[in-house]
Design a protein. Sequence first.
Length: 552
Amino acid sequence: MIKLFSIIFLILISNLQIQAELRVGINIDSNGIIREGAKVKVSLSVAGSTSPEDPKLEIQGGELNQRKTGKSFRSSVINQRITSITTHTYELTGSTGKYSIKGIFKSKDGTLYETDSVNLQIREKTAQEKALDPKLVVRLAKNNPYVGEPVLAEITLLLQPRTRLYLERNNIASLFGEGIRVNFIDGPKEASPINNQRAMKFLYEISSLKSGDLSLAASYTPLLQIPSASGRRLVDERFNLKSKVVTIKSKELPKEGKPSDFSGAIGKFSLDLQADPLKVNIGDPIALRFTISGNGGFEFIDAPSPTEEDGWKFYKPTKLDLQRGEGLSPSKLIFSQNLVAERIHTELPTFRFTVFDSEKEQYVTLISDKIPVQISKSGISLPSKISNVSSNEKPSSVPLPNSENKLSDILVTPTTITPTWSVASSPVWRNRSIWVTNIILIGLLIVASITYKKIKTHNQSLSERTPKRIIAELKTGNLSSKLFYTNAYECFSKLEKEKRIKKNSPIIENLIERYEQINFSRSKLIDIEENFKKESAEIITELTSISKIENI
């Protein structure tokens, strides 16, 4: 009997040991040989109960960058038992060399289990493979700018055919250089092929902060999908690209002939002035609109200053948003300002704007065109003064009252009056007129509260309208021209807040101009009515197209 219990005990102990043991394995893709810059996938598998901790990779021969990419489960029959197998996958990258890799698992009781070792070789790229690698090229519109002069810089990423670029948030080609200010404008954008290579371009604006020889370079770590060595499939590969260094020879601005009102704007600009209305009375405001166009630095630009101030009252100018042009297209900066005539003038004052023209290499003062204006006196007539009475006319003589009748027209109420009592009339609540008056007042209050609630609900519904709902209302054709442009501008503003609009098209620019003309112009809007039918269809098409663009 004792022998029987001993045999059963040994069988149970052996079964527990079998269940406690782990079966582990390791596998590596690509036969363990990859080229420099490529990634390799390593899988660690385990059958049995393990600790919650992930397995670890033990690497000999150097350091490798590792990233866990997944965890999967499957069932298999081992020793006539159905066992769950867990597989952990890792992604490895590194420099050239030979490595030995094995996995380490931990069971629930803390025992460590090692897999067999696998070998990994990362070889150098061949000359042919290096020729197929992407390249980063920097090109400047001008290599010898003045200090503070904006210059367009273009970064070109050259790719082989069939190569694809992954768009990653916050990962773009960047420029760097000591003593250089860098401003990102746009990119990446597909450009025309160069030497049978795909070209992806980034656009920057740079300006030197000091004079002398400065160095500029670009770097980028794109994730690309490139053809494999066999060319039969595409594989993902991360590249660490750096461009050749570009030298910039920065020059100081000349001190000779520098005007006192020079604000620091460098480039080629033009000045345009518009005013409305041009027929006013003295004291009426005139709205001015300055448009400064050109290629250059807009950061230091102030509003143009008047060449004369006598007889005018100037209000503080307002700087509107900068409308940056694409590539080499000119940008626009708009200022708005009001002024009031204090006396009669025949034309508006001219305004001056001083810049440094980098092409002419000299300071240039731009003067706005002379704009005629009709200013007249106010039509209100003032009453004539008493002193203007003719000396021949004498005021009629009025006899002064004597001391006895001075207070004859004032009745003094005595304090000892005894009231005359009378029989009380009917109660107030029985007075029909009072009831009617109160009912009318209560009705007016109810109507006012209902109207206020409807207006509030309507305004709230307007603020919650989506761009698609607004576009649907525009397509009905039931809106007047003013209401159409107002609603279309609201739709454009909401799409712009959703960052679906990176650059305004000519149709959107025209919409903005119409909106400002309706809301801020006092002139007649005849041209709006004439072009409304044609422009409304174009605006609806443009807004519909923009609303379908997905956010990046």
